[in-house]
Design a protein around this ligand. Structure first.
Ligand code: MG
Length: 446
């Protein structure tokens, strides 16, 4: 084939460009190689499950050990109602899949673990993945000598404001408890409507027409009692104190719409979980009826649940349980999605997650511009015996650890002192919840 002069010049220019590109690539590869030589990629040597029940909830923590001496990490995989299944998911499925892989590739490992079951988005598998995911973030932080919050952009606030929960059998007791909370500096308080078997509620008198002997839930009575309680709290304290209540997905959808409308006039910072995940479509009706702020997501497992609510701006606070959605990696993505649509964060944080999970929450709070507020429940002293370096509460702010990784060490000997037990109010159910029924015997969601 012959080539004219212009073609020859074009070809020579192309070759020059090619050699320039190659040189640039080579330099980049050398730089990456230098960085990697300075910090060799650790490999997963073992994955262990630590189970402990120092104070009521069954806590599950995944520990990943690497091939580098002394380099390991912890992640929260706590699903207290089905704890034994999480252990099997980690030991029998994730461990064989992940042994020998480099700990550097957190996103890749998350996606690999997520896809390996083919069917996905369930609480057992998500909690198992969370344990691995958060352990890998811990390892990366320990490697870098930095807390995890530094690895995802650093702080955008100094500490994390929390709400506290005031409990009591009647409005007077709740108001007294609230006064103590206000004295400690909290500005946001959640009070419970409850009902027998409900959060913060007391046993309602049992009418003679109740057709069973088990825990009873009376939707109408709970509705009236909670509304009255919020009215009294709002009337007793000044406007600087704001209120919330948790409907715990127990009302029927029409009552939920009515309740959110009825509390619009009060100083509410949010109504929590007004609908069950099965009734999400009713959020549009609540939005059309009132401006009461809404928090939702404690039971969510799947992007199919939170994406529409965030994208359509149907809620104000996303309230997922971080280990339940698969750990720190997906929760960070949820926070960023929320930021784009004006939805704030309020990660679920009662006693049924480990202090490692609490630190993951606080880390998300401290780096997310759209942080709303954080739920806070104090650590039992026995929990502090097992977990060292927990997030510190200086009322009403929670402070993130400044130590590498999550900054938490698990005393495994202390953890072993508190094995899972099957005692307590729901004994015989292996940590599971019992049933809650209406007067006629109908079992309800809870
Ligand atoms: Mg709740």
């Amino acid at each position: 084939m012959t080539m004219n002069r212009r073609g020859l010049l074009r070809s020579m220019a192309g070759a020059g460009m090619l050699s320039l590109t190659c040189a640039r690539e080579q330099r980049a590869q050398e730089a990456a190689g230098q960085a990697a030589r300075g910090m060799p990629a650790p490999k997963i040597k073992d994955i262990q499950v630590i189970e402990t029940q120092p104070a009521g909830a069954r806590l599950t923590v995944v520990k990943i050990l690497t091939d580098q001496d002394g380099l390991y990490g912890y992640g929260c995989a706590t699903f207290t109602q089905r704890a034994e299944l999480v252990r099997v998911a980690v030991e029998r499925y994730l461990k064989p899949l992940l042994l020998g892989r480099t700990t550097d590739r957190i996103e890749d490992i998350w996606q690999t673990a997520y896809d390996s079951s083919y069917w996905k988005n369930g609480p057992v598998l998500n909690n198992a993945i969370s344990g691995v995911d958060e352990a890998l973030w811990d390892i990366k932080g320990r490697q870098a000598g930095m807390p995890v919050y530094q690895l995802v952009g650093g702080k955008c606030r100094e500490a994390v404001e929390c709400f506290a929960s005031a409990r009591g059998g009647d409005p007077k007791a709740v108001i007294e408890a609230s006064k103590e909370i206000v004295k400690r500096g909290f500005r946001y308080i959640r009070v419970g409507g409850g009902g027998e078997g409900g959060p913060g509620g007391s046993a309602a008198p049992r009418a003679s027409n109740v057709l069973h002997n088990g825990p009873l839930y009376d939707r109408g009575a709970t509705y009236r009692r909670t509304l009255k309680l919020l009215e009294e709290c709002s009337g007793t304290f000044g406007a600087e104190i704001q209120w919330a209540t948790d409907m715990h997905e127990r009302y029927d959808p029409r009552q939920a719409v009515q309740f959110c409308k009825a509390v619009e006039k009060l100083n509410i910072f949010f109504i929590e979980d007004p609908l069950s995940p099965e009734d999400l479509a009713y959020f549009r009706q609540i939005r059309e009826q009132c401006t009461t702020p809404l928090a939702m997501g404690e039971l969510f497992n799947s992007p199919h649940e939170w994406q529409p609510l965030i994208q359509e701006r149907l809620i104000d606070y996303i309230r997922c349980h971080v280990s339940q959605v698969g750990g720190f990696t997906p929760a960070r993505k949820i926070a960023l999605l929320g930021e784009n649509f004006g939805v704030k964060t309020c990660w679920h944080a009662p006693g049924d997650l480990s202090p490692v999970g609490h630190m993951a929450n606080v880390t998300l709070d401290i780096v997310s511009y759209n942080f709303g507020i954080q739920e806070w429940s104090p650590f039992n002293p026995r929990v502090l015996e097992v977990f060292h370096g927990c997030a510190e509460m200086k009322d009403p702010y929670l402070w993130v650890s400044e130590k590498p990784g999550w900054g938490i060490e698990v005393d495994e000997k202390a953890a072993a002192k508190f094995p899972f037990t099957d005692s307590g109010a729901r004994s015989g159910l292996n940590g599971g919840w019992g049933d809650l029924r209406l007067a006629d015997g109908t079992v309800i969601k809870q």
